[in-house]
Write a protein that binds this ligand. Structure first.
Ligand code: PEP
Ligand code: MG
Length: 564
């Protein structure tokens, strides 16, 4: 039996099914019918009771003097406080929200109150409160457990969804493949799976079938099929396909040290996207000329507190060291939207993708921002660094960020710490950024088009929503026009333009991007040699003509045919 889904990270995986239910909840914001209020209140009370018992069970093997034990105790006390049950039932009754929504709101309020307190211990508890709220929501939905012990060495994960923060907690060495029910082509989970070289399929409705934990699976993340209990013939065919792919990849190694230039001599600088310190170990073999996008916010996902200036300085120096003189493009923390950072306080937002994210978050949390900038400035004394600001829309944001860089330099002078020069760039990720480029460019050394978000904000289509994948693809007439507009404006100002979204790793679209005039492409290391081979085997003149033809198209289907 084979199920289908959307391929986001190619490859073939052989393994066993492991269902995981992370704390992802189904949150239904519709008002309750009056008749359901009582049962919803009961659900909330039962979940509180269940979670308190579960936490007590987790304490059994812990040293009663340990911090871990005390932290769990604090959670249990909160749950067993009678006021919580009263508050929840009153909220459900008064506002007619479900138990899950009421928990989300009430815990967010409590966390916000704590975060405002002067006492640093209580302020830190604010995040714990949010986490506890999420676990309580899971308890209502019956999805509390994330049991790592279930993993075997050949696990193929089956889950509703995995957030980037959750992804960071998964022992990737045990994971052969990932199959999710939700997610979009440019969702961050997809990007992380690709970067880790783990075959992944999204939007696969595996719940319709009764796949038991431990069932043999083959994930063919080329054809987009998940084979459950495969017969010997399928097994053999897919083993042959996997061997052929391995041989193809070995042949691609021929391009590692080749310059990235078309057959008619047009150079396209090829850089790598990285999201973790361990990704830097792949750069040498990937054939990249440097790093075009270091998503630094991912460094914050697995830590209990934000690294200080010294620790960040060391990380950036380590990164430079492994690059051996190649350029390093550091994007400042792009926090918000789907990137939750467990160690930071983030306010609840109804529309986080349209909320305090990217540069907005940084400008509102200046200590976090300037600590990072100071570390980057100091590292720039030791190698070539470009600094990239995410989600800049308008000149005021850029001016403010540049003022803060000047302030950081002044601080470093006073602290007698050396620092180097930075090239400054912004991500172009919204229509406003494209339209404002003529005002922004005089202050910039380079720009990088973030096509994942540019698509999302141009087409008003959530990048993580699988339902929209086919009708709102990254290549559409509007997107091509925006890319062209951005490139042309950059050319007028003689500013280099890079594209670092997932579009750049699709070999079918390289002719379009290069033909439109993009100077640099930054792609995940797993796809880099494929992209380089496409460039080296292509003719710029043909790329240019294809791009011109594409600019005249009105329908997505015409584009799909041209770039199939
Ligand atoms: C983008 O939006 O295209 C991008 C590269 O940034 P991220 O995927 O991290 O949002
Ligand atoms: Mg982005």
């Amino acid at each position: 039996m084979a199920l289908t889904g959307i391929v986001v990270s190619p490859g073939i995986a052989f393994g066993q099914a492991v269902h995981i239910n992370l704390h992802h909840q189904h949150v239904d914001y519709r008002l309750l019918p009056v008749a359901s209020i009582k049962s919803e209140c009961d659900k909330a009370i039962k979940a509180i009771d269940f979670l308190a018992k579960h936490l007590k069970h987790c304490q059994v093997n812990l040293d009663t003097e340990s911090d871990h034990f005390h932290l769990i105790d604090a959670d249990i006390m909160l749950l067993e406080d009678e006021d919580l049950a009263d508050e929840l039932t009153q909220y459900i009754t008064r506002f007619r929200f479900s138990a899950v929504v009421s928990i989300e709101r009430i815990f967010a309020q409590h966390a916000e109150e704590l975060a405002k307190l002067d006492d640093p211990y209580l302020a830190n508890r604010s995040n714990d409160v949010i986490c506890l709220g999420k676990r309580l929501m899971s308890a209502v939905n019956g999805t509390l457990q994330w049991d790592v012990s279930k993993l075997t060495d050949n696990s193929i994960l089956l889950a509703e969804d995995i957030t980037p923060a959750e992804f960071a907690t998964i022992p990737l060495n045990k994971i052969k493949g990932i199959v999710l029910k939700t997610g979009g082509l440019t969702s961050h989970t997809a990007i992380l799976a690709k970067a880790a070289g783990i075959p992944a399929l999204l939007s696969c409705q595996f719940d319709d079938y009764d796949i038991q934990d431990g069932a043999p699976l083959i994930l063919d993340a080329f054809s987009g099929e998940l084979h459950v209990n495969p017969v010997a013939e399928t097994q053999l065919q897919l083993e042959q396909k996997a061997t052929a792919e391995k041989e193809r990849r070995e042949a691609l190694l021929h391009y590692v040290d080749k310059p990235s230039v078309t057959r008619d001599g047009h150079p396209v600088c090829l850089l790598a996207n990285v999201s973790s310190m361990s990704d830097f170990t792949q750069i040498e073999r990937s054939g990249a000329a440097g790093v075009g996008l270091f998503r630094t916010e991912f460094l914050l996902m697995q830590v209990d507190s934000v690294p200080d200036e010294k620790q960040q300085f060391k990380q950036y120096c380590d990164a430079l060291h492994s690059l051996n003189g190649k350029v390093l493009t550091i994007r400042t923390f792009d926090i918000g939207a789907d990137k939750e950072i467990p160690c930071l306080t983030q306010q609840y937002e109804d529309n986080p993708a349209l909320g305090v994210r990217g540069i907005r978050y940084s400008l509102q949390h200046q200590h976090l921002f300037t600590t990072q900038i100071k570390a980057v400035l100091r590292a720039a004394n030791h190698g070539r660094i470009r600094l990239l600001f995410p989600m800049v829309n308008q000149i005021e944001e850029l001016e403010f960020a540049l003022e803060l860089i000047d302030w950081c330099k002044q601080q470093l002078i006073e602290e007698e710490k050396g620092f180097g020069d930075l090239n400054i760039g912004i991500m172009v990720e919204t229509p406003a950024a494209v339209l404002n480029l003529p005002h922004l460019l005089p202050r910039l050394d380079f720009v990088s088009i973030g096509s994942n978000d540019l698509t999302q904000y141009t087409l008003a289509a959530d990048r993580g929503n699988p339902v929209l994948v086919n009708d709102y693809p990254p290549v559409s007439p509007a997107m091509i026009k925006f890319i062209k507009m951005a490139v042309d404006t950059c050319k007028i100002h003689q500013t280099k333009v890079c594209l670092c979204g997932e579009l750049a790793s699709d070999t079918k679209l390289i002719s379009l991007l290069v033909g439109l005039g993009i100077d640099e492409l930054s792609v995940n290391t797993a796809s880099l040699l494929d992209v380089k081979a496409t460039i080296c085997n292509g003719q710029y003149q043909q790329f240019y003509q294809q791009a011109q033809q594409a600019l005249g198209f009105s329908h997505i289907e015409q584009l799909n045919q041209l770039f199939s």
